[in-house]
Design a protein around this ligand. Sequence first.
Ligand code: UDP
Ligand code: MG
Length: 151
Amino acid sequence: MERTLVILKPSAIAREHAGEIISRFEKKGLKIIGIKMMQLHEDILREHYAHLVDRPFFPSLLNSMMALPVIVIGIEGVEAVTVVRQMTDATNSRKALPGTIRGDFGMSGQENIIHASDSVENAEIELKRFFADGELFDYPTKKFLYSPDEA
Ligand code: UDP
Ligand code: MG
């Protein structure tokens, strides 16, 4: 089973879409293995967005991510990283397809509602960044979600 990290960004919290977005993951059959609200600060964001610190929009991204508390979610499922990225879609919400989270909930490239890990390797690093030991849980999966050979 793969695990991935989703962050409901301040844009999702401000616009009160948290419940609907969490509901999408549940309906899909992805398992929530950890969830909490937290206020992000510059240090953790410089780590999390290390690939972007030199970009001109980085100060604006920092402000955006610190503007309100966020909700961090650990999600588990077969190929969960790819499935969640597909449900998220393009960075620019205006280019994201209808039916996807960014496509349905936003109009912005920066205020794009959620973060989703982009690889299995990064997902494990990011889960450790945002969740302490004991904050991610293991519990039984409902029947009829996977065939025996898939799960
Ligand atoms: N971002 C931005 N302007 C850009 C590119 C990215 O403000 O031109 C922000 C946006 O909020 C995005 C985040 O930086 O979600 C991380 O960028 P990345 O390229 O990793 O996109 P993502 O993986 O979130 O689709
Ligand atoms: Mg990214």
